[in-house]
Unconditional design. Structure first.
Length: 316
């Protein structure tokens, strides 16, 4: 729409800067934030002088950014405020901090209204999010929020190794390894996550999940015939109170020898679904069979000879 004269300021309600009265002066310049402002007309203003509202075009007139009172003001007079209304017949551009959530219609804010730096312009998170941190996702076209705890993962979070630290006599009866166990610690050996714990050879998982459990045992025998060795992995569902499952029975056979010693390694592994860290436990055993001679289960505190590996692969 074209206008004759000033284009009206629509809906931009403003309060003018304070004006100091000059004795014997009627005309004053109106400013907002030290910038001259021009009201549409005197009728679009609310003016208070000495606590009394003034009548437009009678008590004061307006020309451009100048307000002129009907008579000269004197020392002691106070211009309380000058409020410029803009065009009260048209909302036009809303005043600052006046548009509430309820005034925005559903689906009115589209992707076109988001600035390109709506994400890149924010402070970067410099560490892994907390479990309760939230993300926005589109669920079949519906925007929803989701906790980080529900979407994190995708990598190995637990990996650990333990070993036998000293030699033990190989037993001709099934025997559980209960002592001289340590987490591998020869540099740069290490582990990931919380790691396993053990008491008298019974290993406890640090968390539930699907775990790969592996045993590697090293034996030697001397002057024996008809001999072989076995390694066992035991699991339980009740902390070995009454349930003891020998889920792995691996074996290896020694060729006949007639004199010197002979070394042999035997390995076994299984997947364990740990659903309860108090009840699902692991222990390891061994046995050797021979018609005579002696056998040794090897251990070391500096290298892996008889050792056990635990890797958490994922959630249960």
């Amino acid at each position: 729409m074209a206008y004759i004269g000033n284009i009206p300021v629509i809906g931009n309600f403003q309060v003018c800067d304070a004006i100091s009265v000059v004795n014997g002066q009627a005309a004053y310049t109106m400013q907002v934030s030290s910038v001259n402002v021009v009201p549409e007309t005197a009728n679009h203003m609310i003016v208070s002088l000495n606590g009394v509202l003034q009548k437009p075009n009678s008590s004061f007139t307006v020309s451009s950014s100048t307000i002129t009172f009907a008579s000269n003001l004197v020392t002691g007079d106070v211009i309380d405020f000058i409020h410029i209304l803009g065009s009260v017949l048209d909302l036009g551009v809303p005043s600052d901090d006046t548009v509430s959530t309820a005034k925005i219609s559903a689906n009115a804010v589209t992707a076109a209204k988001f600035n390109a730096d709506v994400i890149s312009g924010q402070t970067a998170l410099a560490s892994e999010p907390a479990d309760t941190d939230e993300f926005l996702v589109s669920d079949a076209g519906v925007l929803k929020r989701i906790d980080y705890s529900l979407i994190k993962g995708g990598g190995i979070t637990e990996a650990d190794q333990w070993r036998l630290t000293s030699n033990a006599s190989a037993s001709t009866s099934a025997t559980v390894i209960t002592a001289n166990l340590e987490r591998v610690d020869t540099a740069p050996q290490g582990y990931l996550g919380t790691g396993m714990s053990q008491s008298s050879g019974v290993f406890t998982f640090p968390s539930t999940g699907i775990w790969l459990v592996r045993s590697d045992l090293q034996f030697s025998v001397d002057n024996q015939v008809n001999r072989y060795i076995q390694s066992f992995i035991h699991t339980t569902t009740d902390n070995f109170s009454s349930n003891d499952n020998r889920v792995v029975e691996a074996s290896s056979y020694f060729a006949d020898i007639g004199g010197g010693g002979q070394y042999q390694n035997v390995s076994g592994e299984t997947l364990v679904d740990c659903t309860n860290t108090s009840n699902n436990k692991i222990k390891f055993g061994h046995q050797w069979h021979s018609t005579g001679g002696s056998g040794v289960l090897y251990g070391s505190s500096t290298s892996n000879r008889t050792y056990f590996t635990f890797i958490r692969l994922g959630d249960t």
